[in-house]
Design a protein around this ligand. Sequence first.
Ligand code: 3PG
Length: 395
Amino acid sequence: VGSLSEADLKGKKVFLRADLNVPLDESQKITDDTRVRASVPTIKFLMEKGAKVILASHLGRPKGVTPKYSLKPLVPRLSELLGVNVVMANDCIGEEVQKLAASLPDGGVLLLENVRFYKEEEKNDPEFAKKLASVADLYVNDAFGTAHRAHASTEGVTKYLKPAVAGFLMQKELDYLVGAVANPKKPFAAIVGGSKVSTKIGVIESLLAKVDILILGGGMIFTFYKAQGYAVGKSLVEEDKLELATSLIEKAKSKGVSLLLPTDVVVADKFDANAESKIVPASSIPDGWMGLDIGPDSIKTFSVTLDTTKTVIWNGPMGVFEFEKFAAGTDAIAKKLAEITAKGVTTIIGGGDSVAAVEKAGLADKMSHISTGGGASLELLEGKTLPGVLALDDA
Ligand code: 3PG
């Protein structure tokens, strides 16, 4: 969008797809407005260039028109952040939308109702995409979090609106998650955590081709331990992934990647916030106990290693950080990353849970980049191309 000038935009109706899929509580209050704030630079840029902004998004996964998935709760926050009265339509297509769009002043913002109120959105129905497009002159996609979906408002609509370009948020996400990962300042380390290795196979395999150091944590490590013949107690193990774990270890070796697994773990007698806990060596988890976090020695080793890096990407927590008792490993990594960011290391947080962990630690503004995409950033890190990006003219 930065390549578009005032001449391209003044008085033009811009269909802007954002990802305003924010969490709401029972009283329809936004509980995390990160995605709204992240969408502001592109909206403001378009407003300042005199465009009429027609803002579209999905929220949740509604089946048909469902009031609790309305985008109405977004209006006050958007209006506040943008300094204008955002107008809201009751639909995302149709006569009312056409009328409201036609009466928008230059620099005005019209928010459309949830595009997923139509099943045609997720089906990427061409007729529906055409209807969405019919209200505007050009297309900007800033919905990074939804770019892995080939839906009507993220992909189909680009066939009917030209130019179709990326917004600033989309650009920034790609600069970090593709650019910095493809051409990292070295040493380049990846920290991959999360409960299951099965959901991270693609990410680990793809990153093994790029990184110098791979640090593993989270529930997935017990599958690696078991594969190495360690006693894992009643820790979470994916029995059908033991061979895979062994082959990932071999692959790291053959690529010269230094692979770090935790050397000690915090074990609990049950999966509970108030469980009994103790620290044990990773190789000998006692019977009846389960690992829920990495231990202090591992934190130390990981921290010393991270001090040697120039680029770090983090996906997935080190333990069950939702339970205070088992959050130390994840918190320590978040703090270490904040510390090295201040020293000039590029730190990239991709994926839902690690982002939540960094936010919980109050360190969200201390990293080089925090992705607004969960599934989308995971797919990028797996080396996939995203349909919402591919469809753009400046892809
Ligand atoms: C997300 O929250 O990951 C995006 O908004 C995409 O939502 P979806 O998984 O329902 O497509």
